[in-house]
Design a protein around this ligand. Structure first.
Ligand SMILES: [Zn+2]
Ligand SMILES: [Zn+2]
Length: 253
């Protein structure tokens, strides 16, 4: 097992965070944001890729929020814009149909051309090297988790003591268990995953209910308990939404 993956996995499972995979993802994302705004600018091969693909809306926004790297972002966008311009703008113009006239009548030939240019734009804008690298890294982390679970007693205990995994990451772990684990290991792994998740579900259901009951004036003076941030926790659990976390995966609230 490569240490560059086992060390962060162990650290995430030792930490107090709610979903260790959300924490690993946040860290990987931050590393790649830094990379694309800094070192990658000096690498012609990476520049060729970012000139072609650009970034998804989420990562465009996150690159923009990194104050320290405005020049890097500017340099990257400059060559990216030029690449788009050279690749597409002439073809968009050329796809414009001629006006219908009495002599030539109407035609629908141009429709396929417009759709094909639209497809080309969509294909380019759908690609995001940061998303691709995160997906790759998360797959390696998942492999490490199922491997360590079966072969490393300490990690087995850490996994057992972990509170829960959010639902999207639970789905990823189940897929990894199906593809990489023996039946016996999968039996232990899935039962443990399920019982930790059950406990998390029950707690969230209780906390969110109390959140709603606090709106009843009769409960005005009763304590919030764990319910004050129950809505955020429930959303994170359901969607792994981390928008109220900072880039290091620390809670903002
Ligand atoms: Zn998660
Ligand atoms: Zn992305």
């Amino acid at each position: 097992m490569e240490k560059i993956y086992t060390i962060p996995v162990n650290e995430a499972y030792e930490s107090e965070c709610e979903c260790p995979l959300c924490r690993l993802r946040a860290k990987a994302e931050d590393d790649y944001l830094e990379y694309y705004l800094g070192p990658s600018l000096m690498e012609p091969d990476t520049r060729k890729i970012t000139n072609k693909t650009g970034f998804c809306p989420d990562h465009m926004g996150k690159l923009n929020r990194k104050e320290a790297a405005r020049l890097g972002l500017g340099l990257m966008l400059h060559t990216h814009l030029k690449d788009y311009y050279e690749d597409l703008s002439g073809d968009i113009k050329a796809a414009a149909p001629g006006k219908a006239s009495l002599l030539k009548g109407r035609t629908s030939d141009y429709k396929a051309k417009l759709n094909s240019i639209a497809d080309r734009i969509d294909k380019r804008t759908a690609q995001c090297p940061i998303c691709e690298r995160i997906d790759y890294t998360m797959d390696r982390y998942m492999e490490v988790i199922v491997y360590l679970f079966a072969h490393d007693k300490d990690f087995h205990t850490k996994f057992e003591n972990k509170k829960a995994h959010c639902l999207p990451h639970t789905a990823m772990l189940l897929r990894m268990a199906a593809s990489k684990m023996s039946q016996n290991d999968a039996s232990d792994f899935v039962l443990m995953l399920a019982s930790n998740n059950e406990a998390a579900f029950e707690k969230l259901i209780k906390d969110v209910e109390w959140f709603t009951l606090k709106f009843d004036y009769r409960n005005n003076d009763k304590p919030w308990g764990n319910s004050k941030n129950a809505i955020q926790r429930a959303m994170r659990f359901l969607s792994s939404d981390r928008s109220d976390f900072d880039e290091k995966g620390r809670k903002n609230n």
